[in-house]
Design a protein around this ligand. Sequence first.
Ligand code: AMP
Length: 552
Amino acid sequence: MEFSEICEHFEQLEQTSSRLEKTGIVTSLLTRAHKDEIPIIVQLILGSVFPTWSTEKVGVGEKLLIKVVADVTGLTEGAILGYLKDTGDVGRAVEQAMENKKQVMFLTEDLSLSRVYDDLTKISQYEGKRSQDKKLKILAGLLTNASPLEARYLSRIVVEKMRTGVAEGTVRDGIARAFGVPSDVVEKAFMVSNDMGLVAKKACEGKEALSTLSLMLFRPIKMMAAQKVSTIEEGFEIVGTPCAVEYKYDGFRMQIHKEGSKVHIFTRRLEDVTRQFRDVVDVVRENIAGDCIIEAETIGIAEDGRWLPFQQISRRIKRKYDIDEIIDKIPVMTNVFDVLYLDGKSMIDEPFKTRRQRLEKIVTSVPRKLVLSKMIITDDAKEARTFFSESLSLGNEGVMLKNLSSPYTPGLRVGHMLKLKSVLESLDCIVIGAEWGTGRRAHYLGSFHLAVLDENNMPVMLGKVATGITDEMLETLTERLRPLIEYEEGKMAHIKADLVVEVAYEEIQKSPHYESGFALRFPRLIRMREDKGPEDADTIERVYDIYESDML
Ligand code: AMP
């Protein structure tokens, strides 16, 4: 397929906000594609070249892209940055640059999808110091042959910001329609494979082929999310009683894949953190029987055995060097709470009670290192409340309530698992902008612009936070955000949606000032949530729910 044809479809997707129309466009694109092209197209629609579980990344930032565009067009980098400022979108900026290029290009050839994909794969494989030039050359080759519209989408593809506003659900429905298979079968296949491209390819072979997709070791799947409740009674009503009540540890979730002595650990963002947690790998290898995929919450432990808050262990996630040193400094305890796969069989359709029983059989506890999550089964609200207080007194965040007969539903926030926390609602927001400080803080970014996700999973602004931030935190935040700056306007830095922060506030108010239609009163920054990606941030729907419940 010609790349131009795909770009025309992308443009159509961008021009409509109707989900129905978007589904139609996806369907049309998929029915035109050759079978081998289907996974690539699906992946691109979703905004990345490689599936989320893959460790492959194109690895081209906006800076490098602008440099290449300057080379190809004969314009200055400053001029391209100017376009970026005007449009606020790298794709449009590069498109404008191509329209206004100073250099005439001879001997251009039409770009095919396979050429684009092969070249991007090559770019992703270059690593190390000298890789920059090679990446640059391939990218320049692609842009030289691109029309302005193709350049718009090529640029967005390489920096992974597609802006076509297509959510996974729309792609799922498009696949179902294109290949005449039921949507729920597509959904299930995606849940267990976490690879929409592969799902589309199988769907094209028919329903039966699609149904063969199953969980695979070392291919992490999205983790089941918890719904929030405010009281034990509300929780009991949703999950039904008796139910399991477990400590809600304030740590970091791990999905651990084990086959024989091979063990890999993935975060909630499906990043592989095996290297940073060699101690967990060892203890799992020795003390968990069978080939399995399990989930656990890992917390830091102080010398005196006290459980440490999340901030401590987050240092271990980020550490890339001197790992052994930090392993000694911040030992961890892994609290195992679920099993999704065991000895060749998917367990996700089994009721939670059965999964827990199997888990108890395969885990040998090692005090302070590897234990089963503390759990009671009860239908007595008083007993559950006592357990909740006990959990809080140990430094935990609260409790989880789990329906005993529910399956494990990857990636979904359904009522199978609930969380009950002690503190007032906080919100996990995406940082989309920041302002440079003044005086003593001139070199630091302060006043962070916060966003939550709208119904198309796009960030919409909810307010700014400038309080609750220590100097040390300001420094950390500035270093973390600096590489994500897209462009600056005076003191304002526009930031690529990547970092999630937890924010507390006094109240949610309606407000015409921000895109979301809401604003936070007295927002305070609590902490960075490096375990969450922008896609895990809170939604406008949740903001609305909290607003509504406060009104009652
Ligand atoms: P939150 O991060 O506030 O959305 O709460 C859900 C998270 O609680 C899960 O993703 C886990 O990381 C964590 N968690 C802590 N203890 C447990 C537990 N016993 N069972 C399930 N999740 C837990």
